[in-house]
Design a protein around this ligand. Sequence first.
Ligand code: ATP
Length: 215
Amino acid sequence: MSLCLQARQLSCERDDRSLFKGLDLDIRSGEIVRIEGPNGSGKTSLLKILSGQLRDYEGELFWNGAAMQSVREHFLANLLYLGHAPGIKSGLSPLENLAWYQALSGESSGGQGSGAQEGEQQRLDALEQVGLAGFEDVPAGQLSAGQQRRVALARLTLTPRALWVLDEPFTAIDRHGVAALERQLIRHAQAGGCVLVTTHHELAASSLLRRIALG
Ligand SMILES: Nc1ncnc2c1ncn2[C@@H]1O[C@H](COP(=O)(O)OP(=O)(O)OP(=O)(O)O)[C@@H](O)[C@H]1O
């Protein structure tokens, strides 16, 4: 199914300062859209508006051509948002953090019996894919900044959603991790997903990549 998130005449003011005005935006299946701009230009604010977390704006949002308010549930069921901070619980292990995310977003974390084992195996696989094999049971507060970010990024594998909204996902990630994440974004777009990303890191040129500049 082809997906499309549209914004029309979007304006946002914070602290009496206009961040953007009359912004039109289309994000479709197969695209990676990078929001660019200097610090404070409104990238995070825009991602929060587009992912339904910030309501303080003017303009209209559409999901697959329908007004957002009439299709919000379908939109949210297709959305995976990873914020600026890793947002993980320091007292929980990576495995427990992933189960906690799944419970929080209403996903099945495996239940009991063989389902539980399968769920646990999926979380282990997702952690292995982000290079955290061997760290599954370490309290997340004892992991490095880059490893904590990787716990959050494991959700990209664990939680199959079509629209990824990612705020600075490369922060604290090493060179190999950056290359692997870039490949993952491209694979997701090639498989028909959409990616909306802010990053100060320069993304490799790709025919799938489009840029929108703020500020
Ligand atoms: N919770 C908030 N309440 C009021 N104003 C805010 C809030 N969060 C951000 N702002 C203001 O909105 C403006 C844009 O912030 P935003 O975080 O969207 O920028 P950004 O482009 O993502 O910046 P950065 O590159 O530093 O992450 C800033 O001037 C900031 O002071």
